[in-house]
Ligand binder design. Structure first.
Ligand SMILES: Nc1ncnc2c1ncn2[C@@H]1O[C@H](COP(=O)(O)OP(=O)(O)O)[C@@H](O)[C@H]1O
Ligand SMILES: [Mg+2]
Length: 274
């Protein structure tokens, strides 16, 4: 087995569905037969809470924070979720300290990389998807430095482009200095509501400015997707219908995700063959 493709879900804005997309894209890929590891890299632990419930923290149980600080393998931290083929590296409340604790470490941007190099179970997965906090912190930079791809969810709200341009500049800087293999997988419009004029305006602007970088899939506003995490379910488990709005949206997103990664692999092959 080869190394999995590693994808960071990023946007320095909160509430754009980073966590929801990590969980449901992960579940959609698992339903398509892929083996997926999602990783909670946000001290707010929303991904952990939404998939398995918040972990009862006690200092004697090893956590993601402990593994980072000791630069150890993440093997012992991986747990199963309610979805077959979808596993999780949870975070606990001590992850809040990671930002400060990593600051004085040698080659501090590559701590997660050193942990993953020691993680034997990694080769059991096709994809690792990392849910990041709403900031380009040192913790997020660690995630980007191990990622092959980053994917940006953006809410269909007023003026998303200014934020996207800033994000693009910051990530461009990280690519140049720290992560030359990191590539953009694209931008996904979330919280979309076709009958709202502002959503259609934002969509038009993003189609014009981003071109092919914009996914065709829209993640529509959906009460069920909002409720599912409160009972530790993905939208697939919660809707239990192939015609559910979230089920449709995230299945389509997974299809497009796989197409984009396959197209990039074909491009690499063509380049290698001259
Ligand atoms: N399709 C949806 N429609 C409406 N609200 C949603 C949808 N999906 C998720 N939500 C809710 O939107 C909020 C923000 O989502 P979240 O994934 O936590 O964003 P982020 O991780 O970017 O901060 C959460 O309360 C979540 O439950
Ligand atoms: Mg989040």
């Amino acid at each position: 087995m080869g190394r999995p493709a590693v994808v960071s879900i990023v946007n320095h804005k909160g509430g754009v569905l980073k966590t929801t997309t990590t969980a449901n894209l992960g579940a959609a890929l698992a339903r398509a037969g892929k083996r997926v590891l999602v990783c909670d890299f946000d001290p707010q632990q929303n991904l952990t809470a939404s998939l398995v419930g918040r972990l009862q923290y006690d200092s004697s149980t090893p956590t993601l924070y402990d593994a980072l600080i000791a630069e150890e393998s993440l093997d012992g931290l991986i747990i199963k979720t309610g979805t077959k083929g979808l596993d999780l590296v949870p975070s606990a409340e001590d992850f809040f300290h990671a930002e400060l604790s990593l600051a004085p470490v040698q080659a501090r941007e590559y701590v997660l990389r050193r942990c993953l190099e020691k993680t034997r179970r990694l080769d059991q997965y096709d994809f690792v998807i990392i849910d990041n906090s709403p900031s380009l912190s040192l913790v997020t930079v660690n995630a980007l430095a191990v990622s092959d791809w980053f994917l940006v969810p953006v809410a269909a709200e007023y003026l998303p482009l200014t934020g996207l341009l800033m994000l693009g500049e910051s990530i461009g800087d990280i690519q140049r200095k720290l992560a030359p293999n990191l590539a953009s997988l694209g931008v996904v419009i979330t919280l979309y509501h076709r009958s709202e004029r502002i959503c259609r305006e934002v969509e038009r602007e993003l189609v014009r400015e981003l071109g092919d970088l914009l996914f065709d899939t829209r993640i529509r506003v959906n009460t069920k997707a909002k409720t599912a995490p409160s009972v530790q379910q993905t939208v697939f488990e919660f809707e239990r219908s192939e015609r559910g709005r979230g089920t449709e949206d995230y299945s389509q997103l997974a299809e497009e995700f796989l197409e984009r990664i396959a197209a990039a692999a074909r491009g690499d092959e063509a380049a290698a063959n001259g």
